[in-house]
Design a protein around this ligand. Structure first.
Ligand SMILES: O=P(O)(O)OC[C@@H](O)CO
Ligand SMILES: [Mg+2]
Length: 229
């Protein structure tokens, strides 16, 4: 479909706006080392973008830890360590510029994250003003089916009255399951994947409408969005 005329923009949060994915990597590496398991990018690529319990279940299953570690225990250990790191979360390059630019031009913007609301609160500790610019935030605990199901993005779009045509919604995502969720919702998707992920498996971006190295590379004009000054 072209020309593209985007009316609404939906942002993923972890690994897209906020630099939190490294925290998950550090903590999960530490926990799994106790069980003599390595936390690889291959495993991470399956877990990232998922709701917490779903991600933990993937780790336990893929590493064949049944009998040694339950998904719930993995989460409990993860929580203790993540809680100390999340309040220090920094923004990723280009995130603030893009969000402020769209807001300044009255483009409806919102967030659809798999993170639950308590994590959302601590991850945004240093960025409350920026996050107040979003029309609404959909967190993982507000939806039943996590990404790659389209629910997070459809719920986020559905909070606008009237709800926008999905064909006019643009989603920014970093995770393969997130990109798949956006496409399942019938929306456009710009993917900004971690470079480690692309190196590991070039096909992880398959299905994305555009792949960028960072949000700094995004040009709004081909999408019918106002140009940067
Ligand atoms: O949907 P996002 O914001 O990436 O959250 C996923 C995060 O909880 C772990 O990868
Ligand atoms: Mg993400």
């Amino acid at each position: 479909m072209s020309p593209k005329q985007i009316s609404h923009v939906i942002f993923d949060m972890d690994g897209l706006l906020l630099d939190t994915e490294n925290f998950y990597t550090i903590v999960q590496k530490r926990i799994l080392a106790k069980y003599n398991r390595d936390f690889t990018w291959e495993l991470k690529s399956k877990m990232m973008g998922q709701k917490a319990l779903a991600a933990a279940q993937i780790a336990v299953k893929e590493l064949q830890l049944e009998g040694q570690l339950t998904a719930e225990d993995f989460l409990r250990q993860r929580e203790e360590q993540l809680d100390a790191l999340f309040p220090t979360t920094q923004l990723l390059p280009g995130a603030e510029r893009l969000v402020r630019h769209l807001k300044q031009h009255n483009i409806p913007i919102c967030v659809a994250t798999s993170s639950h609301s308590r994590h959302f609160d601590s991850k945004t500790t240093l960025h409350k003003q920026l996050f107040s610019l979003f029309d609404h935030i959909v967190t993982g605990d507000q939806i039943v089916r996590g990404k790659p199901a389209p629910d997070a993005f459809l719920t986020a779009a559905g909070q606008y009255k009237p709800a926008p045509d999905p064909q006019k919604c643009l989603v920014f995502e970093d995770a393969p399951v997130g990109m798949q969720a956006a496409k399942a919702a019938g929306m456009w998707c710009v993917m900004v994947p971690a470079q480690e992920l692309v190196k590991l498996d070039g096909s992880c971006t398959k299905g994305a409408d555009l792949v960028l190295g960072s949000l700094l590379e995004f040009d709004p004009t081909p999408w019918g969005l106002p140009p940067f000054p």
